[in-house]
Write a protein that binds this ligand. Structure first.
Ligand SMILES: [Ca+2]
Ligand SMILES: [Ca+2]
Length: 183
């Protein structure tokens, strides 16, 4: 746009011999072009500001230290705990062990932030053997092949993993875990 303005000014200077009426028309055209340009710039700046605000809002939707992952707030622990203590840890952070909407999205995320592959998540069949659902009440659909197998009759807690995606395992094992913010 600046190039157009400069070109027009140069044309005005070069057209010194033009009739006064023509010069006036050119000046008016130039003024209109500048005004239109200003309006476009203003509009673009508003659009950028709106997008920026939206992005910042999304980022801040999860309270520290949770991170937004496709609309859910997760925290990947550094420490290892048995399942029950991991749950207490998460509840102490106004959360619970994670009930992810997509275990594959969560798997991708934990691989981004950690070399570890096995993390306790939010489901257990300690109350009724073989009856599984996420802590938020949804059914579990992504068990690894042949899981849950309740191996040795002692596997009652769910974990995320590379080999099985989801597997039931002994709740007394020390594992890192994923919390989900529940507010
Ligand atoms: Ca079991
Ligand atoms: Ca198992």
């Amino acid at each position: 746009m600046m190039t157009l303005v400069i070109q027009t000014v140069v044309m005005l200077v070069l057209s010194g011999g033009m009739a006064r009426g023509d010069v006036q028309t050119d000046v008016e055209n130039l003024r209109s072009a500048v005004v239109v340009n200003q309006l476009i710039m203003q509009q673009q700046s508003q659009v950028i500001q709106t997008l920026l605000n939206k992005f910042l809002d999304q980022e801040s939707d999860c309270p520290y230290p949770y991170k937004m992952v496709m609309g859910e707030c997760f925290y990947v622990s550094e420490v290892e705990r048995v399942w029950e203590e991991a749950r207490t840890f998460c509840q102490g952070m106004r959360g619970d062990l994670a009930s992810p909407n997509s275990v594959y999205v969560l798997l991708a995320y934990v691989h981004d932030v950690s070399d570890e592959y096995a993390f306790w998540l939010g489901a257990t069949d300690q109350q009724a053997e073989g009856v599984w659902q996420w802590l938020d009440g949804r059914p579990i659909t992504d068990w690894g092949r042949g899981q849950p197998d309740n191996a040795n009759g002692e596997e009652h807690c769910i974990h995320l993993g590379n080999k099985y995606v989801l597997n039931d395992n002994e709740c007394t094992k020390l594992r890192r875990f994923v919390c989900e913010y529940v507010g």
